[in-house]
Design a protein around this ligand. Structure first.
Ligand code: ADP
Ligand code: ZN
Ligand code: MG
Length: 481
């Protein structure tokens, strides 16, 4: 049996203002009902006026996803009754979405995108044991809806689609698309095509709502495939319905039988004019689209052949991190004045992915908010590459640069971090260590190579990490015979 899967994905756009009024669009606001006005509360007699920035954002997404555009578009009313929808209708788009007929490639397979349109978000209902309360801060926030064709064939592929889309939305800076925060919400449509069962294809599809993580998308699809397969095997009839997801039980459950489109009585929004895209400077809007993850990945593979595939994946996951990497490379090139820097690339990536990343994680910081500049970081990488500092010292210096924003020279000169090159000095210390550790010496003489590392470690400790470990090793070897 073949799974047939289509996605409907809603994303809150990060404009400054709401979609049809001047209220602040602030998804971090903790106090309820502060960013509200008569328009987003749906008071009679108020008039909406569209947010041009939100429209431009949707156009950018459409362009990034290879869509076509309607020359003229409009908004429509989708009528239904629910407490979080004060007007009794949602302003959405019906037959003339801004964008249509696009695609996104997942592992070289095209998943077609049917349409991308713009609508307004509803208020947020908060349920208690004995009552429900409504927070209207979210009411009227610009909400983009993207609908795919049912081209997706597995739970993994659906998850990858959502992840790739999220990354593109972040690169475009149209949304933070955080699923846990509800900024990106996925609905999955799924049915099974039964083959060779001597059983007519059933016409049904199940919609799963309220999936608020990538893992939930994947697990809910896996569960549904199992559930539907069993029913088909038992020759039971599958019904068209909407199901919810219980992340604890890892099960879907029936919520309601799906309403038909005609239930919504769509009609054109009379309070908003037609949107004529000839009046938009599309070329200028599209120029703001940065290099997108897929293209960047291809370029990185060509331009930095010493990077591993997984390293490129990690970098690409955050635009700011890739930008930091490339800025560091370009600073390092300046420092080395045209010399071959391919070896240095490995130093940069290692210091970034291991040490800089763990500092960022420890301090709950992000690449966006670093005080450390690519220039200072590049100086450190070059010093390490040219063996002017050892690995433990490089880490120490990085900590200083990272936390305090000093320049590399300040730290390097003040703390005398440079490698001890003086062999006599190292030999003197090594002799002391040999005296203090007779057992390790004996072990080494009896063939235990590990004991040499122990002695080198002692010397590193004595010099506060400033000894060149290779030189130290050689000194011990020549002293112990
Ligand atoms: P509806 O009119 O019920 O909303 P649509 O045809 O508009 O249905 O499709 C909604 C979503 O369902 C789309 O993402 C689409 O890809 C998906 N879809 C359509 N047919 C199927 C199917 N047979 N199985 C799974 N998903 C489907
Ligand atoms: Zn408002
Ligand atoms: Mg639909």
């Amino acid at each position: 049996m073949l799974p047939v899967i289509g996605l409907e994905i809603h994303t809150e756009l990060k404009t400054k203002r709401k979609m049809f009024c001047d209220c602040k669009n602030d998804s971090e606001e903790k106090l309820p009902n502060v960013n509200i006005c008569p328009i987003c509360l749906g008071h009679p007699g108020t008039l909406p006026s569209p947010n041009k920035k939100a429209i431009e954002m949707v156009l950018k997404v459409g362009k990034a996803l290879n869509c076509q555009f309607n020359e003229v578009s409009k908004f429509d009313r989708k009528n239904y009754f629910y407490p979080d929808l004060p007007k009794g209708y949602q302003i959405s788009q019906y037959d003339l979405p801004f964008c249509f007929n696009g695609f996104l490639k997942i592992d070289n397979r095209k998943i077609r995108i049917r349409r991308i349109h713009l609508e307004e978000d509803t208020a947020r209902s908060i349920h208690f044991k004995d009552k429900s309360l409504i927070d209207f801060n979210r009411a009227g926030v610009p909400l983009m809806e993207l609908v795919t064709e049912p081209d997706i064939k597995s739970a993994k592929e659906a998850r990858k689609f959502c992840q790739e889309l999220q990354l593109i939305l972040k690169y475009l800076e149209v949304s933070d698309a955080n699923m846990e925060k509800g900024q990106m919400r996925c609905e999955v449509n799924i049915s099974l095509k039964s083959q060779n069962l001597g059983f007519k294809n059933q016409k049904y599809k199940v919609e799963i709502k309220n999936l608020n993580s990538f893992r939930a998308v994947e697990e809910a699809i896996e569960y549904e495939i199992r559930r539907q397969t069993e029913l088909i095997k038992k020759r039971e009839k599958l019904i068209q319905e909407t199901r919810g997801w219980d992340p604890e039980k890892k099960q879907t459950f029936s919520q309601r039988f799906k309403e038909k489109e005609s239930d919504y009585r769509y009609f054109p929004e009379p309070d908003l004019p037609l949107i004529d895209f000839k009046k938009f400077n599309l070329e200028k809007i599209f120029l703001e689209i940065p290099e997108l993850p897929e293209k960047k990945k291809e370029r990185f593979e060509k331009e930095y052949p010493s990077l591993k595939k997984e390293e490129i994946e990690i970098l690409i996951e955050e635009k700011e991190e890739t930008d930091f990497f490339e800025a560091t490379v370009s600073e390092a090139k300046n420092l080395l004045k045209g010399k071959d820097i391919s070896g240095l690339i490995r130093v940069i990536i290692n210091l970034m992915l291991r040490d800089l990343r763990s500092l960022i994680q420890e301090t709950k910081n992000s690449f966006k908010n670093l005080i450390l500049t690519p220039k200072e970081f590049a100086k450190l990488c070059v010093a390490f590459y040219e063996k002017k500092v050892t690995s433990p010292i490089a880490k120490k210096i990085l900590k200083e640069l990272y936390g305090k924003g000093y320049s590399f020279e300040d730290v390097f000169e003040k703390e005398e971090f440079s490698v001890i090159e003086n062999k006599n000095e190292l030999e003197k210390l090594a002799k002391e260590i040999i005296k203090e550790n007779p057992k390790a010496v004996k072990d080494y003489l009896s063939g235990k190579e590990m004991s040499l590392n122990f002695l080198v470690g002692k010397l590193m400790a004595k010099t506060k990490g400033k000894a060149n470990p290779q030189t130290a090793k050689e000194i011990f070897k020549s002293l112990i015979k």
